[in-house]
Design a protein around this ligand. Structure first.
Ligand code: ADQ
Length: 481
């Protein structure tokens, strides 16, 4: 394929060589193919100013500014106080507010106008995440006929939860304007198709294609992964003195953004249950790393207070002069230090109540010493559980079951740890983030751009829709970064 790749994401990297799995994969794809990366500037400013160039990359990076009011109403408001809780099955936390909805639509419309002015006809557009659900619809309204793909990093909402949206039919209509909708799991695909099945405007075509009014969209799972080699290298890097954690120390670990979807209070309570049921003789600690995020949103402030309360209670009840059962680190920790801490842990606890994928589960597996690996305890409600079935899968609402899994992990035989780790490593390597971005771009580039079924026999339209892969669809870098 010859066109440019145009990536749109909420955050845009500002450093010349970015780090972090997803960002690196997109950076590689753009460096190889050439194109544009469009995203919100980290600082607010004049929303009507032209795109700002961020230099230093072998492709163009264009930033737009959100006004203070956009930040409040679009970012903290509709994106993170409506769509985020809705998609994580927390409709009780959804805040419906007309100003949020208006700002969400306005920011997407404004961005679409800017993009339409610079897009070229053979550009391949890849839009990321819930901040931009209506962006393709806005682009189509301006006559943009390019191939446009979308990847949703968070779960597809339950169909009944969609009813809390100010205008529920919009969700299906927004997604239908993309040529390809990429989701994390097969379960997400099923949930998305259920939304279309219930919508009178939609009609099913073979292979998860949906005809919606006069467009066809494909819905497919593309489970995201990590930059395996880079994470392994971080885990093996020399630690700074004073880490306080030796190799294979006596702790289980959790690493999360401080978000209510991650099930942190459940995790702390389950660890308390473990101490109650199995005693303190093992002197096992829970190390929880969770820097604050989105603290301007009420629900996020409340969770910090809850966790500090539970940790204080458990440490007061079970701690000793030389041992704290829960070590709650509530500040950002450098990536390489996280990798080393993951490597040193006996087990990793992922207890999400809902989670698109959960990359920490994959990072933990990649960080392990293959000759003496730790054990992954993984919530059934994380997308990662769909393929990582050799983890100890748990129901995070069941404190007894999680407590038992902690005890089982702490005493698991080396043979069983080796067997489980080898199977999990196969999944982590297969879903490496570069393979993930390559497969999405390859799939999108093979679709017929802007397919309209109007006046065309269905058989012919579908034949055109699923063109075979060209001999060399894409060249992507295999250089380590
Ligand atoms: P997140 O909700 O942010 O991502 P996750 O997939 O776990 O969740 O990724 C978090 C990343 O941030 C990991 O790379 C992790 O190491 C890092 N991180 C977490 N806590 C950290 C800390 N204390 N300090 C430094 N780094 C930390 C969203 C969706 C997920 C989906 C991803 C990717 O919610 O479900 O897996 O996007 O699609």
């Amino acid at each position: 394929m010859t066109g440019r790749l145009v990536v749109v994401s909420n955050r845009i990297p500002t450093e010349a060589v970015p780090s972090g799995g997803l960002v690196v994969a997109l950076h590689d794809a753009l460096s190889e193919q050439g194109g544009l990366w469009i995203g919100a500037h980290p600082e607010t400013g004049d929303p009507d100013a032209p795109f700002e160039e961020i230099g230093g990359a072998p492709y163009r990076r264009l930033a737009f500014r959100l006004s203070e009011a956009d930040y409040e109403n679009y970012y903290l408001g509709f994106a993170n106080s409506v769509l985020w809780p809705l998609s994580h099955h927390r409709v009780d936390l959804v805040e419906i507010n007309a100003a949020y909805t208006a700002a969400y639509l306005a920011v997407n419309r404004r961005l679409a106008r800017r993009m339409a002015a610079i897009l070229q006809p053979d550009d391949l557009v890849w839009i990321h995440d819930y901040h931009f659900l209506p962006l393709a619809a806005e682009l189509r309204a301006l006559g943009v006929g390019n191939r446009i793909g979308f990847f949703l990093h968070i779960p597809v909402p339950n169909i009944t939860d969609l009813e809390v949206l100010p205008h529920p039919p919009d969700y299906a209509a927004w997604l239908a304007q993309y040529d390809l909708v990429g989701l994390q799991t097969r379960t997400d695909v099923a949930r998305c198709l259920e939304i279309y099945r219930a919508d009178p405007r939609a009609e099913f075509l073979p292979s998860c294609a949906v005809k919606f009014e006069d467009r066809v969209t494909r819905v497919q799972s593309f489970p995201i992964g990590i930059d395996v080699a880079a994470f392994r290298a971080d885990a093996l890097s020399a630690g700074s003195k004073g880490d306080g954690m030796e190799a294979r120390a006596n702790y289980v670990i959790g690493v999360d953004r401080l978000d209510y979807s991650k099930g942190l209070p459940n995790r702390f309570r389950a660890f308390e249950r473990y101490l109650q049921d199995h005693g303190t003789g093992d002197r096992l600690s829970l190390v929880q790393i969770a820097p604050p995020t989105r603290e301007a949103v009420d629900a996020y402030r409340r969770i910090t207070a809850d966790l500090e309360y539970i940790a204080g209670q458990v440490n007061g009840l079970y701690g000793a002069f030389d041992w704290s059962p829960i070590r709650f680190i509530h500040r950002p920790v450098p990536r390489d230090e996280i990798a080393r801490l993951l490597r040193g842990a006996k087990a990793c606890l992922v207890t999400s109540l809902a989670d698109g994928m959960n990359l920490v589960a994959k990072e933990f597996v990649a960080a392990q010493d293959p000759d003496d690996p730790g054990v992954l305890i993984l919530s059934r409600f994380a997308g990662a559980a769909e393929d990582m079935t050799d983890a100890l899968l748990v129901n995070p609402y069941d404190h007894d079951a999680v407590a038992q899994a902690i005890d089982r992990a702490a005493h698991m035989s080396r043979d069983e740890r080796l067997r489980r780790h080898a199977a999990l490593t196969e999944v982590v390597e297969r879903t490496d983030v570069r393979a993930w971005s390559r497969s999405f771009i390859d799939r999108l580039s093979r679709l017929e751009p802007g397919l309209l079924l109007r006046g065309r026999p269905l058989r012919e339209a579908l034949a055109r829709f699923d063109r075979p892969s060209p001999p060399r669809a894409l060249r992507l870098s295999t250089k380590p970064t």
